[in-house]
Design a protein around this ligand. Sequence first.
Ligand code: MG
Ligand code: ZN
Length: 375
Amino acid sequence: MKQLFLSITLFIFIVTSSTAQEEKKSFTNENPHEVLILKKNSHFKKRPKNVILLIGDGMGVAQVFSAVTANRGVLNMTQMPFTGFSQTQSADRYITDSAAGGTALSSGQRTFNGALAVDTDTLSIPTILEISKSKGYATGLVSSSSITHATPASFIAHQPSRGMEEEIAADFIGSDIDIFIGGGRKFFVKRKDGRNLLNELENDKYLVFNSLDDASNINSGKLAILTAENHNEAYPERGEMLPEATEKAINVLKNNKKGFFLMVEGSMIDWGGHDNNTAYVVQETLDFDRAIGKALEFASSNKETLVVITADHETGGMTLNGGDIDKGEVSGRYTTGGHTAVMVPVFAYGAGADKFTGVYKNTDIFKKIKEAFGF
Ligand code: MG
Ligand code: ZN
Protein backbone atom coordinates (compact mmCIF):
# COMPACT_ATOMS: atom_id res chain seq x y z
CA MET A 1 0.00 0.00 0.00
CA LYS A 2 2.76 2.35 1.05
CA GLN A 3 4.62 1.46 -2.12
CA LEU A 4 1.57 2.20 -4.26
CA PHE A 5 1.19 5.59 -2.55
CA LEU A 6 4.85 6.38 -3.24
CA SER A 7 4.63 5.47 -6.89
CA ILE A 8 1.44 7.52 -7.31
CA THR A 9 3.17 10.51 -5.68
CA LEU A 10 6.18 10.00 -7.91
CA PHE A 11 3.92 9.74 -10.96
CA ILE A 12 2.11 12.99 -10.07
CA PHE A 13 5.48 14.68 -9.46
CA ILE A 14 6.81 13.59 -12.84
CA VAL A 15 3.61 14.67 -14.63
CA THR A 16 3.49 18.12 -12.98
CA SER A 17 7.21 18.83 -13.37
CA SER A 18 7.22 17.71 -16.97
CA THR A 19 4.20 19.99 -17.58
CA ALA A 20 6.19 22.88 -16.11
CA GLN A 21 9.16 21.91 -18.31
CA GLU A 22 6.82 21.70 -21.30
CA GLU A 23 5.42 25.19 -20.59
CA LYS A 24 8.95 26.58 -20.57
CA LYS A 25 9.61 25.04 -23.97
CA SER A 26 6.61 26.44 -25.84
CA PHE A 27 5.46 29.98 -26.51
CA THR A 28 2.62 31.63 -28.40
CA ASN A 29 3.06 35.27 -29.40
CA GLU A 30 -0.20 37.22 -29.08
CA ASN A 31 1.31 40.55 -30.20
CA PRO A 32 3.26 40.29 -33.46
CA HIS A 33 5.00 43.55 -34.37
CA GLU A 34 4.77 45.32 -37.72
CA VAL A 35 7.90 45.04 -39.81
CA LEU A 36 9.15 47.89 -41.91
CA ILE A 37 9.08 47.88 -45.69
CA LEU A 38 12.73 48.10 -46.66
CA LYS A 39 13.70 50.20 -49.65
CA LYS A 40 15.68 48.36 -52.30
CA ASN A 41 19.37 48.00 -51.47
CA SER A 42 20.67 49.19 -54.86
CA HIS A 43 23.27 51.42 -53.16
CA PHE A 44 25.28 48.49 -51.71
CA LYS A 45 28.43 49.44 -53.65
CA LYS A 46 28.65 52.85 -51.96
CA ARG A 47 30.98 53.62 -49.05
CA PRO A 48 29.07 53.95 -45.78
CA LYS A 49 29.38 57.06 -43.67
CA ASN A 50 27.67 55.36 -40.74
CA VAL A 51 27.84 51.78 -39.48
CA ILE A 52 25.33 50.28 -37.05
CA LEU A 53 26.35 46.83 -35.75
CA LEU A 54 23.65 44.99 -33.82
CA ILE A 55 24.68 41.91 -31.84
CA GLY A 56 22.11 39.41 -30.62
CA ASP A 57 23.95 37.66 -27.80
CA GLY A 58 23.39 33.90 -28.17
CA MET A 59 21.33 34.30 -31.35
CA GLY A 60 21.73 31.29 -33.64
CA VAL A 61 19.57 30.25 -36.57
CA ALA A 62 16.99 28.50 -34.33
CA GLN A 63 16.58 31.64 -32.20
CA VAL A 64 16.01 33.71 -35.36
CA PHE A 65 13.50 31.24 -36.77
CA SER A 66 11.66 30.96 -33.44
CA ALA A 67 11.09 34.72 -33.70
CA VAL A 68 10.12 34.46 -37.40
CA THR A 69 7.51 31.86 -36.41
CA ALA A 70 6.27 33.88 -33.41
CA ASN A 71 5.95 37.00 -35.57
CA ARG A 72 3.77 35.19 -38.16
CA GLY A 73 6.51 34.63 -40.72
CA VAL A 74 8.14 38.05 -40.97
CA LEU A 75 10.91 39.95 -39.19
CA ASN A 76 12.86 43.11 -39.95
CA MET A 77 16.15 41.22 -39.97
CA THR A 78 15.09 38.48 -42.37
CA GLN A 79 14.31 41.10 -45.03
CA MET A 80 17.94 42.13 -45.18
CA PRO A 81 19.26 41.12 -48.63
CA PHE A 82 22.88 40.13 -47.87
CA THR A 83 23.47 37.16 -45.59
CA GLY A 84 26.40 35.12 -44.36
CA PHE A 85 27.66 32.86 -41.57
CA SER A 86 30.22 33.63 -38.89
CA GLN A 87 32.41 31.00 -37.21
CA THR A 88 32.60 31.92 -33.55
CA GLN A 89 35.56 29.98 -32.07
CA SER A 90 37.91 31.84 -29.66
CA ALA A 91 41.73 31.66 -29.45
CA ASP A 92 41.70 29.00 -26.75
CA ARG A 93 38.30 27.30 -27.02
CA TYR A 94 36.10 25.64 -29.60
CA ILE A 95 33.18 27.24 -27.72
CA THR A 96 33.60 30.97 -27.11
CA ASP A 97 32.19 33.15 -24.34
CA SER A 98 30.78 36.61 -24.99
CA ALA A 99 33.99 38.45 -24.06
CA ALA A 100 36.21 36.65 -26.58
CA GLY A 101 33.30 36.60 -29.06
CA GLY A 102 32.81 40.36 -28.64
CA THR A 103 36.54 41.01 -28.97
CA ALA A 104 36.70 39.14 -32.29
CA LEU A 105 33.90 41.38 -33.61
CA SER A 106 35.22 44.62 -32.07
CA SER A 107 38.96 44.17 -32.71
CA GLY A 108 39.41 41.54 -35.41
CA GLN A 109 41.52 39.28 -33.18
CA ARG A 110 40.72 36.05 -31.44
CA THR A 111 41.61 36.06 -27.76
CA PHE A 112 41.07 33.76 -24.77
CA ASN A 113 37.63 33.34 -23.19
CA GLY A 114 36.87 36.09 -20.68
CA ALA A 115 39.22 38.68 -22.25
CA LEU A 116 38.08 42.12 -23.44
CA ALA A 117 39.91 43.82 -26.33
CA VAL A 118 43.27 42.43 -25.27
CA ASP A 119 45.25 39.84 -27.22
CA THR A 120 46.43 36.48 -25.95
CA ASP A 121 49.37 38.26 -24.25
CA THR A 122 46.82 40.63 -22.55
CA LEU A 123 48.07 43.60 -24.59
CA SER A 124 45.38 46.13 -25.59
CA ILE A 125 44.10 45.97 -29.15
CA PRO A 126 42.24 48.89 -30.75
CA THR A 127 38.51 48.42 -31.32
CA ILE A 128 36.45 49.59 -34.30
CA LEU A 129 34.77 52.08 -31.94
CA GLU A 130 38.15 53.55 -30.96
CA ILE A 131 39.43 53.58 -34.55
CA SER A 132 36.25 55.36 -35.68
CA LYS A 133 36.63 57.92 -32.87
CA SER A 134 40.28 58.57 -33.78
CA LYS A 135 39.19 59.35 -37.35
CA GLY A 136 36.64 61.94 -36.24
CA TYR A 137 33.51 59.78 -36.26
CA ALA A 138 30.92 59.89 -33.48
CA THR A 139 30.52 56.68 -31.48
CA GLY A 140 27.88 54.99 -29.35
CA LEU A 141 27.04 51.86 -27.38
CA VAL A 142 23.59 50.56 -26.40
CA SER A 143 22.82 47.41 -24.40
CA SER A 144 19.80 45.88 -22.70
CA SER A 145 22.12 44.52 -19.97
CA SER A 146 24.66 46.52 -17.99
CA ILE A 147 26.81 48.67 -20.29
CA THR A 148 29.84 47.16 -18.46
CA HIS A 149 28.82 43.59 -19.42
CA ALA A 150 31.06 41.56 -21.75
CA THR A 151 29.58 42.46 -25.16
CA PRO A 152 29.50 46.29 -24.93
CA ALA A 153 32.68 46.22 -22.80
CA SER A 154 34.60 44.48 -25.60
CA PHE A 155 34.19 47.66 -27.72
CA ILE A 156 35.48 50.18 -25.17
CA ALA A 157 37.39 48.44 -22.35
CA HIS A 158 40.73 46.63 -22.33
CA GLN A 159 40.77 44.12 -19.50
CA PRO A 160 41.96 40.54 -19.11
CA SER A 161 38.75 39.53 -17.35
CA ARG A 162 35.11 40.36 -18.01
CA GLY A 163 34.37 40.21 -14.27
CA MET A 164 36.35 43.43 -13.65
CA GLU A 165 33.30 45.62 -14.09
CA GLU A 166 34.57 48.57 -12.02
CA GLU A 167 37.73 48.69 -14.16
CA ILE A 168 35.55 48.38 -17.26
CA ALA A 169 33.44 51.36 -16.13
CA ALA A 170 36.65 53.37 -15.59
CA ASP A 171 37.65 52.63 -19.20
CA PHE A 172 34.68 54.77 -20.35
CA ILE A 173 36.48 57.81 -18.88
CA GLY A 174 38.64 59.42 -21.54
CA SER A 175 37.19 57.26 -24.32
CA ASP A 176 35.28 60.32 -25.57
CA ILE A 177 32.38 58.06 -26.64
CA ASP A 178 29.45 60.30 -27.62
CA ILE A 179 26.55 58.31 -26.19
CA PHE A 180 26.07 55.17 -24.15
CA ILE A 181 22.80 53.72 -22.93
CA GLY A 182 22.38 50.68 -20.69
CA GLY A 183 22.37 49.51 -17.09
CA GLY A 184 25.34 49.35 -14.72
CA ARG A 185 25.13 52.64 -12.77
CA LYS A 186 26.55 50.99 -9.62
CA PHE A 187 29.88 50.27 -11.32
CA PHE A 188 30.26 54.03 -11.93
CA VAL A 189 29.38 55.23 -8.42
CA LYS A 190 29.61 52.46 -5.78
CA ARG A 191 33.25 51.66 -6.25
CA LYS A 192 36.06 50.24 -4.13
CA ASP A 193 38.39 53.08 -5.22
CA GLY A 194 35.87 55.72 -4.08
CA ARG A 195 35.79 57.45 -7.47
CA ASN A 196 32.48 58.80 -8.72
CA LEU A 197 32.73 58.25 -12.45
CA LEU A 198 29.44 60.02 -13.14
CA ASN A 199 30.93 63.21 -11.64
CA GLU A 200 34.04 62.64 -13.74
CA LEU A 201 31.87 62.29 -16.85
CA GLU A 202 30.03 65.52 -15.98
CA ASN A 203 33.38 67.29 -15.59
CA ASP A 204 34.16 65.99 -19.07
CA LYS A 205 30.97 67.73 -20.40
CA TYR A 206 28.69 64.69 -20.43
CA LEU A 207 25.04 65.03 -19.54
CA VAL A 208 24.20 62.11 -17.25
CA PHE A 209 20.68 60.66 -17.02
CA ASN A 210 18.99 57.80 -15.18
CA SER A 211 16.36 57.09 -17.82
CA LEU A 212 15.57 57.61 -21.49
CA ASP A 213 12.54 59.70 -20.46
CA ASP A 214 14.75 62.15 -18.55
CA ALA A 215 16.90 62.59 -21.67
CA SER A 216 13.97 62.82 -24.09
CA ASN A 217 14.55 66.48 -25.05
CA ILE A 218 18.31 66.22 -25.52
CA ASN A 219 19.61 65.13 -28.92
CA SER A 220 23.08 66.65 -28.98
CA GLY A 221 26.24 66.74 -26.91
CA LYS A 222 27.76 63.81 -25.03
CA LEU A 223 25.25 61.64 -23.18
CA ALA A 224 25.56 58.91 -20.53
CA ILE A 225 22.17 57.27 -19.91
CA LEU A 226 22.33 54.62 -17.18
CA THR A 227 18.91 53.02 -17.01
CA ALA A 228 19.49 50.52 -14.15
CA GLU A 229 21.78 49.88 -11.17
CA ASN A 230 22.97 46.66 -12.77
CA HIS A 231 21.13 44.95 -15.65
CA ASN A 232 17.87 46.19 -17.07
CA GLU A 233 14.92 43.88 -16.55
CA ALA A 234 14.02 41.23 -19.09
CA TYR A 235 11.30 41.84 -21.69
CA PRO A 236 8.40 42.62 -21.21
CA GLU A 237 9.21 44.26 -17.81
CA ARG A 238 11.89 46.36 -19.54
CA GLY A 239 9.36 47.82 -21.99
CA GLU A 240 10.61 49.24 -25.31
CA MET A 241 13.94 50.35 -23.80
CA LEU A 242 16.13 48.72 -26.46
CA PRO A 243 14.35 50.02 -29.61
CA GLU A 244 13.95 53.47 -27.97
CA ALA A 245 17.62 53.57 -26.95
CA THR A 246 18.64 52.59 -30.50
CA GLU A 247 16.54 55.42 -31.94
CA LYS A 248 17.94 57.85 -29.37
CA ALA A 249 21.55 56.95 -30.15
CA ILE A 250 20.97 57.35 -33.90
CA ASN A 251 19.34 60.77 -33.37
CA VAL A 252 22.34 61.98 -31.38
CA LEU A 253 25.06 60.41 -33.54
CA LYS A 254 23.65 61.49 -36.91
CA ASN A 255 24.59 65.11 -36.08
CA ASN A 256 28.26 64.31 -36.70
CA LYS A 257 29.10 65.42 -40.24
CA LYS A 258 31.78 62.79 -40.77
CA GLY A 259 29.63 59.84 -39.72
CA PHE A 260 29.27 57.44 -36.81
CA PHE A 261 29.79 53.93 -35.46
CA LEU A 262 27.08 52.48 -33.18
CA MET A 263 26.93 49.04 -31.54
CA VAL A 264 23.60 47.84 -30.14
CA GLU A 265 23.32 44.62 -28.14
CA GLY A 266 20.25 42.47 -27.50
CA SER A 267 21.87 40.87 -24.44
CA MET A 268 19.25 38.57 -23.05
CA ILE A 269 18.57 36.25 -25.98
CA ASP A 270 21.59 34.50 -24.44
CA TRP A 271 20.03 34.43 -20.98
CA GLY A 272 16.86 32.82 -22.30
CA GLY A 273 19.07 30.22 -23.99
CA HIS A 274 20.96 29.49 -20.75
CA ASP A 275 17.58 29.05 -19.06
CA ASN A 276 16.32 26.77 -21.90
CA ASN A 277 13.27 29.00 -21.86
CA THR A 278 11.57 29.46 -25.24
CA ALA A 279 9.28 32.33 -24.16
CA TYR A 280 12.36 34.21 -22.89
CA VAL A 281 14.37 33.55 -26.07
CA VAL A 282 11.53 34.49 -28.41
CA GLN A 283 10.49 37.67 -26.61
CA GLU A 284 14.09 38.90 -26.42
CA THR A 285 14.69 38.11 -30.10
CA LEU A 286 11.49 39.95 -31.07
CA ASP A 287 12.58 42.94 -28.97
CA PHE A 288 15.98 42.85 -30.70
CA ASP A 289 14.19 42.78 -34.07
CA ARG A 290 12.26 45.93 -33.13
CA ALA A 291 15.60 47.62 -32.34
CA ILE A 292 16.85 46.42 -35.75
CA GLY A 293 13.71 48.02 -37.23
CA LYS A 294 14.86 51.43 -35.88
CA ALA A 295 18.31 51.00 -37.45
CA LEU A 296 16.84 49.90 -40.79
CA GLU A 297 14.32 52.73 -40.79
CA PHE A 298 17.23 55.18 -40.58
CA ALA A 299 19.35 53.29 -43.13
CA SER A 300 16.43 52.94 -45.52
CA SER A 301 16.17 56.72 -45.93
CA ASN A 302 19.84 57.57 -45.25
CA LYS A 303 21.63 55.89 -48.14
CA GLU A 304 25.06 56.21 -46.52
CA THR A 305 24.48 53.76 -43.67
CA LEU A 306 25.49 50.11 -43.29
CA VAL A 307 23.51 47.92 -40.88
CA VAL A 308 25.03 44.57 -39.84
CA ILE A 309 23.29 42.03 -37.60
CA THR A 310 25.08 39.06 -36.07
CA ALA A 311 25.69 37.11 -32.86
CA ASP A 312 28.75 36.34 -30.77
CA HIS A 313 27.76 32.64 -30.48
CA GLU A 314 24.70 30.40 -30.13
CA THR A 315 23.33 29.57 -26.67
CA GLY A 316 21.40 26.49 -25.54
CA GLY A 317 21.91 24.27 -28.57
CA MET A 318 18.36 25.27 -29.42
CA THR A 319 16.27 23.55 -32.05
CA LEU A 320 12.60 23.80 -32.98
CA ASN A 321 10.54 20.65 -32.89
CA GLY A 322 7.10 22.16 -33.30
CA GLY A 323 5.33 25.34 -34.26
CA ASP A 324 2.62 27.08 -36.23
CA ILE A 325 3.47 30.21 -38.20
CA ASP A 326 -0.20 31.24 -38.59
CA LYS A 327 -0.72 31.09 -34.83
CA GLY A 328 2.71 32.44 -33.81
CA GLU A 329 3.27 29.28 -31.82
CA VAL A 330 6.70 27.74 -31.34
CA SER A 331 8.20 24.89 -29.35
CA GLY A 332 11.94 24.60 -28.63
CA ARG A 333 14.32 21.92 -27.37
CA TYR A 334 17.82 22.41 -25.99
CA THR A 335 20.99 20.36 -25.81
CA THR A 336 22.89 22.40 -23.19
CA GLY A 337 22.62 25.16 -20.60
CA GLY A 338 25.75 26.71 -22.07
CA HIS A 339 26.97 28.03 -25.42
CA THR A 340 27.57 25.96 -28.55
CA ALA A 341 30.12 26.04 -31.37
CA VAL A 342 27.76 26.34 -34.37
CA MET A 343 28.03 29.10 -36.94
CA VAL A 344 25.76 32.11 -36.43
CA PRO A 345 23.95 34.13 -39.10
CA VAL A 346 24.99 37.54 -40.43
CA PHE A 347 22.49 39.90 -42.10
CA ALA A 348 23.50 43.12 -43.85
CA TYR A 349 21.72 46.04 -45.50
CA GLY A 350 22.87 49.36 -46.92
CA ALA A 351 26.10 50.86 -48.22
CA GLY A 352 28.81 48.18 -48.26
CA ALA A 353 26.38 45.38 -47.40
CA ASP A 354 27.55 43.06 -50.20
CA LYS A 355 30.82 42.42 -48.32
CA PHE A 356 28.99 40.26 -45.78
CA THR A 357 27.97 37.30 -47.95
CA GLY A 358 29.75 33.96 -47.50
CA VAL A 359 31.13 31.88 -44.66
CA TYR A 360 33.95 33.45 -42.65
CA LYS A 361 35.46 33.86 -39.18
CA ASN A 362 33.99 36.24 -36.59
CA THR A 363 37.17 38.34 -36.88
CA ASP A 364 36.34 39.04 -40.55
CA ILE A 365 33.30 41.07 -39.48
CA PHE A 366 35.66 43.65 -37.92
CA LYS A 367 37.78 43.59 -41.09
CA LYS A 368 34.77 43.99 -43.37
CA ILE A 369 33.44 46.95 -41.35
CA LYS A 370 36.87 48.60 -41.40
CA GLU A 371 37.17 48.02 -45.14
CA ALA A 372 33.65 49.33 -45.74
CA PHE A 373 34.47 52.53 -43.83
CA GLY A 374 37.69 52.80 -45.87
CA PHE A 375 39.96 52.80 -42.75
MG1 MG B 1 26.30 40.07 -23.98
ZN1 ZN C 1 26.03 33.25 -22.40
